[in-house]
Write a protein that binds this ligand. Structure first.
Ligand SMILES: C[S@@+](CC[C@H](N)C(=O)[O-])C[C@H]1O[C@@H](n2cnc3c(N)ncnc32)[C@H](O)[C@@H]1O
Length: 282
């Protein structure tokens, strides 16, 4: 029984890291005329309303996108991400927030396609409605880990895979890494973005060890923590493992992450921290 609904968390500090990177990567993919395939193993609903009962109940977006929406002097990665959110809000005050499928829709051209997996029936229905006029997108109400392997290699031979599980169950940590390892065997040139929450540090260390053991090359790790590690407070930080990132991404994150600390963790920035690490060279 799945209980996670991303509507409670849309636009939070973890989404800011994940979606600013996704926006950059998909923009980069669009620099070439040849089409690409975007695969989202855990898609969520697509688009979120920040004034609905879900987002209002947690108010998580107030520690995320809301802090950046009207900020000046943003680093290029965050500036482009905020410009996207403003465009989707039609220049008005912040009220809607794009999930990963909506960011892919923004970038998708007629030669690009999207494969969107979502298991939760209510979110799958919302996603199906969101993609109604997006002919190149296919929503699949099946397990995203198994579905990913069936999609690889993509017919376009260029691709971006987002693996963004809810981590409701601890097996997600290793399943998510295995999805990259198995995926890379069938499609080694794809860009894989794996999101993780910092709740229990040892689970992330195990993910990192499995990736290092796998022999996969060119792995970047970026992490931002609001607070020092502690299992008392739920998610204290957020991170990404990125396989085959565009070469400029590391530098862009090096510029952006100090602003995560100063702007998103503004009330207690001395408790916040970030790391960026090329775990495995090309
Ligand atoms: C973190 S949310 C996704 C957010 C989305 N990627 C975004 O960035 O906007 C995780 C989603 O995965 C779904 N889910 C959980 N297990 C799944 C599975 N095995 N296959 C596909 N979807 C799954 C949940 O219902 C939830 O909507």
């Amino acid at each position: 029984m799945l209980s996670y609904r991303h509507a409670f968390h849309a636009g939070n500090f973890a989404d800011v890291l994940k979606h600013s990177v996704l926006h950059y990567v998909l923009n980069y993919m669009g620099n070439k005329d040849k089409g690409y395939t975007y695969i989202d193993t855990h898609s969520g609903a697509g688009m979120y309303k920040l004034h609905d009962q879900y987002a209002q109940k947690t108010g998580e977006y107030k520690q995320g996108i809301e802090k950046l929406y009207d900020a000046d002097n943003l680093s290029p990665l965050l500036e482009e991400y905020v410009a996207l959110i403003k465009q989707l809000n039609q220049g008005k005050p912040l009220s809607v927030y794009p999930g990963s499928p909506a960011i892919a829709h923004f970038h998708g051209r007629k030669q690009d396609s999207a494969r969107l997996f979502e298991l939760h029936k209510s979110d799958a229905a919302l996603l199906t409605s969101f993609t109604e006029n997006w002919r190149q997108a296919q929503v699949m109400i099946t397990d995203g880990y198994k579905g990913l392997i069936r999609q690889l290699p993509p017919t376009t031979h260029r691709g971006v895979v987002l693996i963004d599980p809810p981590y409701e169950i601890k097996t997600d940590y290793q399943k998510a890494v295995k999805a990259i390892i198995d995926g890379s065997k069938k499609f080694s040139t794809g860009t894989y973005i794996l999101w993780y929450p910092v709740v229990t540090r040892s689970l992330i260390d195990d993910m990192e060890a499995s990736l290092l053991d796998s022999g996969i090359r060119n792995v970047l790790k970026a992490e931002f923590c609001m607070k020092p590690d502690s299992e008392l407070y739920g998610m204290t930080g957020t991170g990404l493992f990125i396989v085959n990132p565009p070469w400029q991404l590391k530098g862009l994150l090096e510029d952006a992450l100090p602003q995560f600390q100063s702007l998103l963790a503004s009330e207690n920035s001395n408790e916040a921290s970030f790391t960026i690490n090329q775990m495995v060279e090309e």
